[in-house]
Design a protein around this ligand. Structure first.
Ligand code: CP3
Length: 340
């Protein structure tokens, strides 16, 4: 089957009509129209109100010719649905960090239709309202990344509590990760059933682990999530932040696309992953602050490194910064389109 969407074609390593692009965190605080809405409604309420969440999802598509939409939600939203008491300040803060087997065993399985119906309704609304037939990406947090917040309790640079938990209580860590893997698999599958046309796992804190611990702890839970999500029949994307030491470890995952940060050269990434994977990335979000000519050179460098073979989705290497000028994103979209 050949795809009419450039994004979906690239996910499947078919030749797209042009090099597709979208931007991680494209719906959010760098957009004045998002800030205007946020001035009236807090973040958690936004994520739980389908017509508002759908509106925010569509905001970047009205300004820019993005090739994909990403659901407006948060990686922690399904955990709230599982009864975890947390607030966004603005990063997620968990009232009672998880440290014991009793807490892990008390975590219920996620039943998306019951626990997060508003997410599925948002998916349906976005599908009905997306301009130009733009495909929608559903997403979840990678199990290890979720564990970092659940065990650590709040955003951190090193997530020392979560990492030491792996070594101090390896069996408990594994149990928690398995549970999260299964829950996120069901969550992704439900988003696809509601209409999401691709599914992405964000492993934002993968780079905190050595390849050995990543392979022992994080990967088995990712495999569980992907095995469940695979039943949806849509492309699966695994984003592995700071994954320079982890490319061989993720190469045989059952994901169609591996997303990477800006520290790696995409030519090398493609070599290490082999021909069976598409890649997504990887402009430094900081490059959006460059003068126009320099931004253009940076875009050209990413495209050159990715090479002419099908299977590259242009993106940033991590989420867009909230102080990014919206005009820089307009230039980025133009340059990617010009080069392809
Ligand atoms: O446009 C999109 O990408 C969709 C929305 C989206 C949000 N969070 C909205 C949000 C997505 C895909 C996420 C994923 C997410 N959340 C990740 C993985 C991606 C990454 O950036 O690494 C992580 C680690 C989180 C956890 C989280 N949630 C943090 C660290 C923060 C605060 C700091 C920040 O970067 O914004 C949040 C809150 C959050 N999630 C906001 C938004 C727009 C800000 C809340 C606000 O409006 O006050």
């Amino acid at each position: 089957m050949s795809e009419t969407s450039a994004f979906l074609a690239a996910c499947r390593r078919q030749r797209p009509s042009h090099r597709p692009l979208w931007v991680m965190r494209q719906a959010g605080r760098y957009l004045p129209e998002y800030r205007a809405l946020r001035a009236k409604v807090d973040f958690a309420t936004l994520t739980r109100t389908p017509d508002l969440a759908a509106e925010v999802t569509l905001q970047p598509l009205r300004r820019y010719e993005m090739d994909a939409a990403i659901l407006f939600s948060d990686i922690m939203t399904p955990l709230q649905g599982m009864g975890v008491d947390l607030t966004f300040e603005p990063g997620p803060v968990v009232r009672q960090p998880i440290r014991t087997d009793a807490q892990i065993d008390a975590l219920p399985a996620l039943v998306p239709e019951r626990d997060v119906p508003f997410v599925l309704e948002t998916v349906r609304l976005v599908r009905a309202g997306a301009p130009r037939g733009t495909p929608l990406i559903g997403f979840a947090g990678g199990p290890f990344t979720l564990m970092c917040y659940l065990v650590g309790g709040r955003p951190s640079k090193e997530f020392g509590a979560a990492r030491s938990f792996l070594y101090a209580q390896p069996d408990s860590a594994q149990r928690l990760l398995e549970r999260l893997g299964d829950a996120m698999g069901e969550y992704l599958l439900a988003q696809a059933t509601a209409g999401a046309q691709a599914l992405m796992l964000f492993e934002s804190w993968a780079g905190l682990l050595a390849a050995r611990e990543f392979t022992r702890f994080a990967l088995p839970a990712v495999r569980r999530a992907l095995a469940i999500a695979r039943r949806a029949g849509v492309p699966l994307i695994y984003y592995v932040n700071q994954g320079a030491a982890l490319m061989e470890a993720v190469a045989d995952l059952d994901a169609d696309v591996i997303g990477v940060d800006w520290r790696m050269d995409l030519a090398e990434v493609r070599r290490r992953l082999g021909p069976g994977k598409a890649v997504q990335g990887n402009l430094d979000p900081a490059a959006l602050f460059a003068p126009a000519e320099e931004l253009k050179r940076q875009v050209a460098a990413v495209i050159a490194a990715a090479g002419p073979a099908p299977g590259h989705i242009f993106n940033l290497g991590h989420g867009i910064w909230q102080d990014t000028p919206p005009e820089a994103v307009a230039r980025l979209v133009d340059y990617v389109h010009e080069y392809t």
